[in-house]
Write a protein that binds this ligand. Sequence first.
Ligand code: CUA
Length: 312
Amino acid sequence: MAGTGVLLGACSGPQSALDPAGREAAEVATLFWVMLAGAAFVWLVVIGAALFGSRWQRQPLSERGGLRIILWAGAVFPTVVLALLLAYGLRLMPVLRAGEPALTIHVSGEQYWWRVTYTGRDGARIETANELRLPAGSAAEILLDSADVIHSFWIPALAGKLDMIPGRTNRLVLHPERIGTYRGVCAEFCGRSHTFMAFPVVVMEPAAFEAWLAREAAPAASTAVDGAFLANGCGGCHSVRGTAATGTIGPDLTHLADRQMLGAGMFANTDENRRRFVAEAEEVKPGSRMPSFKALPPADLDAITAYLGSLR
Ligand code: CUA
């Protein structure tokens, strides 16, 4: 009983395909339950036939009787049920690709983070990272690719997973319906920090989303770049729009302080965690391209931490 409780407890929450918050995930959840019912039905009939057959062992079944059980319960019945389930599953494929998207977002997988690019209402390119925001009630088209190895983009509460393949663009349509924060993950082993490649997905009221997108399009609130940030080379890899920091190797940091999480879904975005990430990136995120800056003078680390916290 306790075990059942634990199993069912895992069925809800921000990262569950069985607690859908969008149209595609609802179809996938229904498909799961239909497949489960079909599998249970096949299992019951085949086991029933086996018990029925073995009950006759004391007084052996005639050869024709035995063959008839094997033919109907062991072959015809599972084939019919599985063919019906296959037809039902195939019917879903065009349903999951449908929809006229009101929004296109480009997401690129990189070891081990997500480069997210929106297009502003004026056509401008707006780059952000490691967080996806979507308006509730309309379709969004997500174009997926990869800068290095194969990753896989999966937001269980919103849709099925889709691979991100270098040199190829895959298209996923999402219809988020329930406002809330969900969790997306990389679902394909991509290296040492694969486990640390996640992201929050915030489904918002449409008006709140438009306000967020307009804020995101603007340059950083504090355009006075901190000296320690530039002097230590942070701008070589990171961009802060509107400043001299224009690197494109790592995540864009323009509105970093507005994001919920840090390090691609690893930590809450607090001063303490920002400082730790700068000082110990190689330790907390093995294999990432960000070096540890633990040798910096504490005053520089403080200044960089404070500057990152001001990027709204
Ligand atoms: Cu990216 Cu696993």
